[in-house]
Each structure stands twice: as structure tokens, then as C-alpha cells.
Design a protein around this ligand. Structure first.
Ligand SMILES: [Zn+2]
Length: 570
């Protein structure tokens, strides 16, 4: 088959050669698992594979001038490598900082000019893998470097025709190495001995130890940032699949998000790490331009018409947009859980526990949810329920801000209530009164609360020394901020208060504030400085789909017409 979907070959018109990326070429038995029984759901295109672990011994016979690599350990390196290749390979095993060429571009270009009539057999053995795949061509350039994982050496490997250069010689193996290191840090030490990235024209597809990745420069070697970052991103993603689902082996046929979403989440962490470790690769960007992970990148998807949304917990054949459903949304959910709800340290510990606990096993979604709670001792039922089982979105707003001052007696509202109920003034017990700022008829609102309330003053004098009282900070401004929640999802309320002297204060009210009232939450803020601005979710970390209700005083938003006018003008 032509290269399409998940494997195939590509013919290069200029030299008549082909590059083969071969997988799923042998029959497999349906999986019987102890939870669901037989997984006999057919392959319809989206839901990938349910596969048990096994051991493979494979001999592949190809033209003698082909280069080949595959899942598993090469058994006859001395037979299939030239003396030069062996020498370079031994050098690569000691090269931890940069790739070493095993087959150079000029050698590959020489080879692709002719066709060998001889054959060679490449012999591989693989232990404990869920599948087997290989790639072969006489066009392949081959480079490798060593990566220290724990106390073992793993080889990061790339195979690509000259058409992939200069992108591939510059970035592929570096990206493979960075992926192995970063994923191992967040999960477990990568247990296989190598990871190969093979250049393919247009697909990104994963198999154990080997994956096929797009990202091709123009014929003159030039390329856009989109092509470059797309290529590095897909390499990180597909190499990352070695961890999920090749080792933490979920049933992809039923739950695409368990590998795609979790993998896309660690892909985001790895992209950001790569940006820190190799600033020259991402220059002039300050951070790697990840297209999935940050909360604000999922709000468009989460705010589309509900008729076209399905919960993450849906079979991959039944959703409208698999990309955001099984990749973007779960990755973002985990990112929010890590950065905003649990905190990095606790999340990372729980996530590592999940990864280690389910290595070479078959977790279900519940195993993931429960392990994250079990390892962190945090009740996350509300989070799984909202983000994974519903199509609700986050929208929290500032409904109202009321200001109060301390008043000696009951104010207008209180007096009205007493009148209505016929309660005489002398029935009131001594109290400290807050009166609405707007109702100040006696010019008390700018006064000192201690002077406004004799009761408060007496209380302090009776209970504290003069020195203690003079050290007290007496708040002058009292606010009640009422938050509402047009969206269905609950989230911590993250608020930035800006005072008139320009200082800012960020307060995070935990998600539990919504427990007893799902509609509204009100908070009393006291301060000796006047609040001039209140901003909800100032760093856009909660995936709030509508930010027009996130500030007080309400910001004047341009109408769509104004925005349009500005756009065509500028
Ligand atoms: Zn994937």
C-alpha cells in the first residue's frame, strides 16, 4: 500500500527508490482480558489497538544495499554492518551529547544510484513488546547517540532519506534523546535498549522502539517554523508512545485518550523542557510553541455547540473531533490538574506511581483515576466527573462587588427589616454593623472603623494593651465579592486584587468553595487600601471559555463590529 494511515511505502520519483515503513503485516489474535472478556470490536480507523505483550524473533530479507532497523535487538550486526559502520556504531555508543553518523548522506546518495541484486537478512529479537514494525530503504541516512537512563545506556536513533535534511540531521535524534530522558523522569526508566525515529512523508505513527514521523523541508532545504516545530513535536509524541501505550498498555480500541491524552500531556512537558535545554532550537521563541497543553488553547473546542461534543470517556469511533477530544482536552485537563489544582510535586508523584504501577500491564480508566487519588490522597472525583464524563466547560465570573463601611448603628436595610417586622430598636443586642457604601447619609464611610463603632473600640480596649492596639492594622475597606458560575465545571477561583497604590495580591480559593452552592460563592475582603481592579484567572490557567465576565469593573469589550473595523484598518 502507498504510505497512508499507519504504514506503507513512498516512491521517490527522482531516483526511483522507495522508503518502506512496515507494520501490521501479520495476523493477531483478539485480546481476551479479565475485565471485559474478548475485545472483538472491529478496527474502524480511529480506535487503535488492543494488544498483549509478547516476544518476537524476526528475520527480514532485503536487498543487500538496504539499511534496516526494527523493533528488537539486532542479532547479526557483524553480518549486516560494514567495518566502517561498526566503528562508528561503537563511537555512537559513547556519544552522549551529539549523534554520530552510521551512514552519511554522501554514502546514502551513492547507494541510491544503483540497485543491488544480492540479499541480506537482518535478524531481530524483541522481548515483552506489544507489536513489531520495521523500516528499510537504500536511501536511508542513519545516526545514533547514547542516552543515560538511570544507570543504563539507551540508543536514540534516526533513519531518514536525504529529502529530510537538513531538518532531520539537526533535530531528530536530539528530540528522541530528550524524549527518553524527560519521559523517564516523569514515569519510569525507559526499559528498552533503543528508540528509533524514521522519517515518513506525512504520517505520525508509533510502534514499540520504532516510530514513523512527518516533517519534510522544501526541495531547496528551506522550511518554515511550522514544519520544524511540527516535526519535533511529532517525534516527541511518537517516541513518547513507547511509554503510553507500548509499556503502560491500555486498550486503545476502547479508550484512545488513555494513551493519546496522557502521552500528549507528557509531550507538552517534554517540549517545554526541550525549549529550556536547547534555547537555540526554539529561538527567537522563549518557550517551545506547543499547540496542546496550555489551558487557553482548549477553550475554543470546549465552547462549541454541545451537539458536537462528546465526553472524553467515549469510544474513539463515536466522537466528532478526535484530536481535541482524545488528545487536547485530556492533556489540558492533566496540565490544569498539575499546575493549578494539585501542584507539581504532588501530581508528579501520583503520575509516576500510576506509570510505574501499570508498566507492562493493562490499566483501565478507573485504574488511572484511582491511582492518581490513591497516591496523592486527594479526592479528585469531582475533577474526573466533570472533565472526563461530561462536556461541561469552565466559566466563572464576577457577578457583583459590594463595598461596606463600619457604622455605629443599623443602616437603611436593617432598619427597613426591623420596621417591617415591628421590632423596636432597643431589642437589638450590641452589634458591629456593616453598611452599604452607597447608603452613607452621615458621611461615615471615610471615617476610622474604630471611631465609627464604640462597641468595637471598647472590645479592643478591654482585651488588648495600648501598645497592641496601636500596632493593629485597622482595615478601612470592606468588600463582598460575589462570584457566579455560568459554566458547569467547578474550578478553584483564582483572583487578583489590584489596590490603588498599584500593588497586587493573588488569592486562590480552593475548588471546595463550590461544595454547598454550585451557583454562587461570596468572599469578604478587608483591606486598608482601596481595591481598584479585580481580575479572575489572570494567567488564563483554568480554561475559562468566557473572560468577558472576569473583571471588575467590567472591561469595555470591543463589539465584533469594532474588532472587525480595527482589523481592516490595521
Ligand atoms: Zn499518538
Amino acid at each position: 500500500v502507498n504510505q497512508d494511515g499507519r504504514s506503507g511505502y513512498e516512491t521517490f520519483e527522482s531516483d526511483g527508490n522507495r522508503s518502506y515503513i512496515i507494520a501490521e503485516f501479520f495476523p493477531r489474535m483478539a485480546v481476551y482480558n479479565e475485565i471485559e472478556g474478548w475485545q472483538n470490536y472491529q478496527f474502524w480507523g480511529n480506535g487503535e489497538f488492543a494488544l498483549p505483550f509478547g516476544n518476537y524473533e524476526v528475520k527480514i530479507n532485503v536487498p543487500a544495499d538496504h539499511i534496516l532497523d526494527a523493533t528488537g535487538e539486532l542479532q547479526n550486526r557483524k553480518e549486516v554492518f560494514s567495518k566502517d559502520m561498526l566503528k562508528r556504531y561503537n563511537k555512537a555508543k559513547k556519544s552522549y551529547d551529539k549523534p554520530i553518523m552510521i551512514v552519511t548522506q554522501s554514502e546514502a546518495e551513492e547507494t541510491e544510484k544503483s540497485f543491488s541484486n544480492n540479499k541480506k537478512t537482518w535478524h531481530f529479537k524483541a522481548q515483552n513488546v506489544r507489536d513489531f514494525a520495521f523500516a528499510t530503504s537504500r536511501k536511508f541516512i542513519w545516526d545514533m547517540m547514547a542516552v543515560k537512563i538511570g544507570n543504563r545506556d539507551v540508543m536514540a536513533v534516526s533513519l531518514y532519506p536525504k529529502e529530510g535534511n537538513p531538518l532531520w540531521e539537526d533535530y531528530s535524534t536530539i528530540a528522541v534523546a530528550e524524549t527518553l530522558k524527560t519521559y523517564s523522569d516523569y514515569t519510569f526508566d525507559y526499559p528498552y535498549h533503543k528508540a528509533i525515529s524514521v522519517h515518513a512523508k506525512q504520517i505520525g505513527m508509533e510502534y514499540p522502539m520504532i516510530c514513523f514521523n512527518f516533517g519534510r523541508p522544501n526541495i531547496d532545504g528551506s522550511y518554515s517554523d511550522d514544519v520544524k516545530f511540527g516535526m519535533i513535536g511529532v517525534i516527541i509524541h511518537e517516541v513518547g508512545h513507547n511509554f503510553f501505550p507500548m509499556i503502560v498498555n491500555n486498550d486503545e480500541r476502547q479508550w484512545a485518550w488513555m494513551d493519546e491524552g496522557i502521552n500528549t500531556f507528557v509531550q507538552y512537558l517534554t517540549e517545554q523542557k526541550l525549549g529550556k535545554d536547547y534555547p537555540e532550537i526554539i529561538y527567537p521563541n522563549e518557550n517551545y510553541p506547543s499547540d496542546r497543553g496550555p489551558a487557553e488553547l482548549i477553550t475554543n473546542y470546549m465552547s462549541v455547540d454541545q451537539n458536537f461534543l462528546a465526553p472524553i470517556m467515549t469510544n474513539p469511533e463515536h466522537v466528532y473531533s478526535l484530536g481535541p477530544n482524545a488528545y487536547g482536552k485530556p492533556a489540558t485537563a492533566l496540565n490544569i490538574l498539575r499546575e493549578t489544582i494539585m501542584g507539581k510535586e504532588l501530581f508528579d508523584h501520583a503520575f509516576k506511581t500510576y506509570s510505574k504501577r501499570w508498566m507492562f500491564k493493562h490499566p483501565t480508566p478507573e485504574d488511572f483515576f484511582r491511582t492518581m487519588e490513591d497516591a496523592s490522597a486527594v479526592d479528585l472525583d469531582w475533577f474526573w466527573r466533570g472533565w472526563f464524563y461530561t462536556t461541561d466547560y469552565v466559566d466563572i465570573g464576577i457577578k457583583e462587588v459590594k463595598q461596606y463601611y463600619v457604622s455605629p448603628g443599623p443602616g437603611k436595610e436593617m432598619r427597613k427589616i426591623m420596621e417591617e417586622r415591628g421590632i423596636p430598636m432597643n431589642r437589638l443586642r450590641p452589634m458591629i454593623y456593616f453598611e452599604d457604601f452607597e447608603n452613607d447619609t452621615e458621611n461615615l464611610k471615610d471615617g476610622n472603623p474604630l471611631e465609627n463603632s464604640k462597641l468595637l473600640n471598647n472590645y479592643l480596649n478591654e482585651n488588648y494593651s495600648e501598645e497592641e492596639i496601636s500596632n493593629l492594622k485597622v482595615p478601612k475597606y470592606f468588600y463582598e465579592v460575589i462570584f457566579d458560575k455560568p459554566g458547569g465545571l467547578v474550578m478553584p477561583i483564582i483572583v487578583e486584587y489590584e489596590y490603588e497604590d498599584g500593588t497586587k495580591e493573588k488569592i486562590k480559593y480552593p475548588v471546595q468553595v463550590w461544595r454547598k452552592n454550585d451557583n454562587e460563592v461570596s468572599k469578604l475582603i478587608k483591606s486598608n487600601k482601596k481595591i481598584i481592579n479585580i481580575t479572575l484567572d489572570p494567567d488564563l490557567e483554568t480554561a475559562d471559555i468566557d473572560t468577558s465576565n472576569n473583571s471588575w469593573p467590567k472591561k469595555q469589550e470591543d463589539s465584533d463590529f469594532d474588532k472587525f473595523k480595527k482589523r481592516i484598518k490595521g
